[in-house]
Design a protein around this ligand. Structure first.
Ligand code: 5GP
Ligand code: MG
Length: 180
């Protein structure tokens, strides 16, 4: 992999390799397959960031399942308040379905807290969350993902679906901000 990646005004350095991501994704895929065998779970992938992880995770699962995509954006105010907006919503009835949300990263937890509360109104059989990354040091909402790829420090990351101002989603590895 290239040593450094420059996007806009910032430089990023290698953090988690594609090989490590693949290994962990396969483990999580096995766990989900065991847990939901016979249940035909519905994966809900959160656009844009989770599209790469979702593509790999669903292929690491070897049970009949469906996948839907939704798009959420969070607008953070100056303080910890903020609102989460649905840009593309669910086009499928989830009543009595086992839902596995696929997210790229949980930071404050605001986005997932809001979304999970929304989903609960629709009476699914269960809701689980699979997130590739979580920043325990940044968590402000009571979010406990059932499946976590990697716990990481509170540092900005890009690659493997994650962007910095639109750029960087296409890199196979994950990079974090290089401090000068
Ligand atoms: P939360 O609502 O948990 O505070 O934030 C979740 C969203 O913020 C993620 O879905 C992601 O879009 C964005 N985010 C949080 N941390 C990072 C990061 O380190 N890198 C990138 N690229 N996005 C992040
Ligand atoms: Mg996201």
């Amino acid at each position: 992999m290239p040593t450094l990646v420059k996007l806009h005004d910032l430089t990023f350095k290698p953090f988690i390799s594609a090989t490590e991501i693949e290994k962990r994704t396969i483990e999580i895929g096995k766990e989900i397959s065991n847990k939901f065998a016979g249940e035909k779970p519905l994966f809900i992938a959160i656009l844009n960031g989770a599209f790469v992880f979702a593509a790999d995770l669903v292929r690491a699962c070897n049970i009949p399942s469906e996948i839907a995509f939704i798009k959420l954006t969070s607008y953070h105010g100056l303080e910890s308040s903020g609102t989460v907006k649905t840009i593309i919503g669910l086009d499928i009835n989830i009543e009595n379905r086992h839902i596995v949300i696929i997210e790229d990263i949980v930071d404050s937890g605001r986005t997932m807290h809001h979304f999970i509360n929304d989903l609960k109104q629709k009476k699914p059989a269960s809701i689980s969350l699979a997130t590739l990354l979580i920043k325990p040091g940044a968590l402000q909402f009571p979010i406990k993902p059932e499946y976590i790829g990697f716990e990481i420090p509170t540092k900005f990351v890009i690659g493997y679906g994650l962007d910095y101002d639109g750029l960087g989603r296409n890199y196979a590895d994950i990079y974090h901000l290089k401090e000068n």
